[in-house]
Design a protein around this ligand. Structure first.
Ligand code: HAM
Length: 418
């Protein structure tokens, strides 16, 4: 669990802003659910045999001996909220997004934390393949908006309540015949969650599962037509994708579409995001089916992929203008100017001491990464002018006090600000 501050946090800001903008462009409204939920929200929904429920949940017993969980993922909490507030009674599709911390007690490694942040999107009350295409396209757009390019989106269908049970039997039969060399984890999964063997990274297991029967070959007519229509729509929308029968996802609530986006810049934990359709999740809350589809992107992984690929992330949270007042009289003049600039959305910094050393001021402006420094000392006060120094080129001009604010505002509009 990381503390976030300084340059590291500054890298997050433009990405957060870009993602909020994209969600707004796509018509998704924000939802914030509490960090703590009742245990039941996750147990049967995410799945009794899922890694999350089996070993990763942080639980808390409160004063009344009730077991609460620090939210490990957003979809089950989202569905709990939709049902609690009866939002499913509003007619037609509804679009939501969230940006929230998640908690999983996993073995920490590069790109895998115990508290991490997800940007998630959920579209409910729409069972069409067009809704799936919309969500996959939204995820693609989010990642491209922050200049990630080297990612691949793989899609699959995990079938439905009609076609999955017979497929499960076919897979279990195959694994029983060929599974002697499977790793211990897969041997355990064979019984309780056979599809999860496709998730295993072990070479031998991979070789065995490569020739195993695949869900795609066992889809019922409705699931096949849903999947084919999804592919047609994605092609129409020019959203790049690959079909991959090995994408099964580790959460139980999925039906039909499942997808995952990976980046070669991430190492072993290479998933930038993933999602799928969950038409029967609401049934676990003893409600009729509320069809839905969604995904979540791991914010820490986006940052990591951008850093590894060398994509510059504009970090413009520092001040744009530094005001160097060489003495008290100069400070009296520049102090109000610094607030005039802030009120006009121009980030400025003024040192509160009355340091007379220009060298010290310039050093500080440099360290803060300011684009411009305004200098006012005794000479400038005598002439009613200020020096404006471009910190990158080193060029400087003398401007009259009267023109100073206008000139800075003009210059500032040429430097992108967040
Ligand atoms: P998930 O695949 O478990 O899906 O997580 C989505 C993303 O969260 C992953 O692709 C990864 O980027 C990030 N992530 C997961 N665990 C960690 C971790 N320990 N440290 C850092 N990042 C992590 C879900 O959570 C589903 N609720 C997505 C969804 C929404 N499906 C439908 N709607």
């Amino acid at each position: 669990m990381n503390d976030l501050f300084g340059d590291e946090l500054a890298r997050w800001k433009p990405i957060e802003k870009a993602f909020f903008d994209v969600f707004s462009d796509f018509g998704f409204a924000e939802i914030r659910t509490p960090t703590l939920e009742h245990l039941e929200v996750f147990v049967h929904t995410v799945g009794d045999t899922s890694d999350i429920v089996e070993k990763q949940m942080y639980t808390v017993k409160d004063q009344s001996e009730e077991v609460l969980v620090l939210r490990p993922e957003g979809t089950a909490s989202f569905m709990r909220a939709i049902i609690q507030h009866q939002l499913f009674q509003l007619a037609g599709p509804q679009r939501f997004f969230y940006y929230l911390p998640m908690f999983r007690h996993e073995r920490p490694q590069k790109g895998r934390l115990r508290q991490f942040h997800q940007f998630g999107a959920e579209l409910i009350q729409d069972a069409s393949p067009e809704a799936d295409a919309e969500l996959i396209t939204l995820m693609d757009t989010l990642l491209r908006r922050v200049d990630l390019q080297q990612f691949r989106t793989r899609i699959n269908s995990v079938g439905c309540a009609h076609c999955r049970p017979p497929y499960r039997t076919a897979l279990t039969d195959y694994l029983n015949d060929h599974g002697k060399q499977l790793c211990d984890t897969c041997k355990q999964r064979m019984e309780r969650a056979p599809l999860r063997v496709f998730d295993c990274k072990n070479e031998t297991c991979r070789r065995i599962t490569e020739s195993a029967p695949k869900m795609l070959e066992h889809l019922c007519g409705d699931c096949k037509s849903h999947h084919d229509n999804l592919k047609t729509r994605l092609t129409q929308l020019k959203t790049p994708f690959e079909e991959d029968p090995l994408i099964v996802r580790g959460l139980d609530y999925y039906c039909r579409t499942a997808f995952e986006t990976t980046s070669p810049d991430l190492g072993a934990q290479d998933a930038l995001g993933g999602g799928g359709r969950y038409d029967n999740l609401s049934v676990q809350f003893a409600r009729p089916s509320i069809p839905g589809v969604g995904f979540a992107i791991g914010m820490e992984r986006v940052i990591l992929a951008l850093q590894t690929s060398g994509t510059s992330i504009a970090s413009t949270s520092g001040p744009l203008v530094y005001l160097a007042a060489l003495g008290k009289r100069a400070f009296d003049l520049l102090f109000p100017l610094s607030f005039e600039l802030k009120r006009n959305q121009i980030r400025s910094e003024i040192s509160h001491g009355f340091d007379k050393s220009l060298k010290n001021h310039l050093k500080r402006a440099d360290r803060l990464g300011c684009a411009y420094t305004i200098v006012v000392g005794d000479n400038e006060l005598a002439n009613s002018t200020a020096i404006i120094k471009d910190m990158k080129s080193g060029m400087q001009d003398n401007v009259s006090f009267e023109d100073l604010a206008q000139l800075i505002k003009r210059k500032a509009t040429r430097v992108p600000q967040t």
